[in-house]
Design a protein around this ligand. Sequence first.
Ligand SMILES: [Zn+2]
Length: 286
Amino acid sequence: MPKHKTQDCKQCGRPSLVFPEEQCRSCNAPVTLRAPNVQIAKSVKKDLDKRYSHCMRKARKLGRVRVFRRFAKYASESHAVLCMNISFAHEMVTNSNWVYVPYGVLRAARARLPMPEYADRTRSAIDGGLYGSFCDGRITYAALSTNGFGTDSYGPVHVRLNTRTIDFRATVYEGNTFRKEHYREPRDIVGRLASWEDRGRLAAVKAIEMICNDDNFDFENGLLSPGPDKMKDEYIEVHIYGSFDLNSVDGVSCTVDFAQARPIEQLMVQAIEDYVISRNIEWKTI
Ligand SMILES: [Zn+2]
């Protein structure tokens, strides 16, 4: 089969503009240059500013302002990481036509089965509550991470995305939206939703109680704390408008217990590792 003709994308720099497609496969520019989630987050920026100032005053009063600032800086250097199962990751690295497709888009095309009914309703309600009809199911979900590892509950292969392919089309939300204490109703976006460049400040206000009350506050755990299942994971959620391809991937980390894995899984993990290393993508295991 003839190879695609590609060009480097002016927005993200990746060689992902496929002739004669209208948008980049890595960052989806130019369609994503007016990402509705980012515009909505910018419209509530003042509320985050207010909350940040309030938390800063609180930290100062308690002598914790340096920790507060350090944690905000630490979180501002985080990346978006999403987790997937082994066979999905194997497809990602071995299929040259692979593009990640958000859940809502697959469902609209009837191209996958729904999640269990409760999870599907929750996902749809949260999508709508955060962004109304504007994002139309096109949100790719990830978590903020500083070490390349996300939340195992979505699968043991952790994919770190290149920031330049997402920074202009990603927003961050205070917590795991599947957890009711984080998301109950549309007005919850006030002070809890931020654009990508404000992710460090959002993480700091979220962690204010730990910063002020825990002398041994652990930054890594304060940003992302995996639980035993999806409902108990704790993290800052990343909402990326649109899809991505393998050119958007900077790192792959694997938490598969190799000795316990089935032979077919071992083979697939080995293939993923070989392919990732041959593409000069960072590879990490626990
Ligand atoms: Zn691009």
